[in-house]
Design a protein around this ligand. Sequence first.
Ligand code: ATP
Length: 245
Amino acid sequence: ALANPVLEVSDLHVAYGKVEALHGAGLQVGAGQIVTVIGPNGAGKSTMLNAIAGAMPNNGSMRGKVRLLGQNTDGVAIETRVARGMCLVPEKRELFASMTVQDNLLLGSYRRYKEGESGYADQMAVVFDLFPRLQERRKQLAGSLSGGERQMLAVGRALMAKPQLLMLDEPSLGLAPLIVKEIFHIIVRLKQTGVAILLVEQNARAALQAADYAYVLETGDMVLQGPAAELAHDPKVIDTYLGLA
Ligand code: ATP
């Protein structure tokens, strides 16, 4: 167990109607860490992130404990969780296609900065420093961006809320290998700025390379965990998730 985890999840059960998708999963993310959860399609990875973020679908129900920076999140609304420091980049990215890059970024900051506050301009400079391409394209409509640029914008928008914990749902999904490399490079840079990261991925190879600690989620249970470098050498992980390549 970590001393002062940024995020601590224990005994998390999530059900859709009568069908339970998570059967008591737990994990911890320490300050300055990248923690990844890998696992096959349908294992419950998105379910877990949505439950942590407080974004359960209408037919879902959960029990268990989610503590952010030592505080319980029971009954805490999404926007309050964001204000307290957690932010989720959902798998579908959910950008506003007919708004500019810059306006999408601004929307990411509105729960963090009160009207009239100017902190968002500094935060936008931080985002543009990480993603120079977003700065070049700030006046362009989000709908006209490439897949990789959209993912960068989705991450940038989340960063506008100045999170202490950034949760990423399959950031590599649908992207070409070179772009995946770029995205992961940025994730590691982000960690160096002090943001703790919880990364859900089907791309186990890239995730294990970037992460400090890793969990394997299979059909709603955490079946394996350990330092990412160790899991990358675990025969079962190699067999099931890393293949021969
Ligand atoms: P993927 O990478 O394919 O998204 P995942 O590991 O993220 O997989 P989840 O999307 O969390 O898995 O799905 C876990 C299980 O819960 C699956 O059996 C899925 O069909 C089911 N499920 C997910 N969302 C819902 C929902 N809103 N209603 C009913 N069942 C759902």
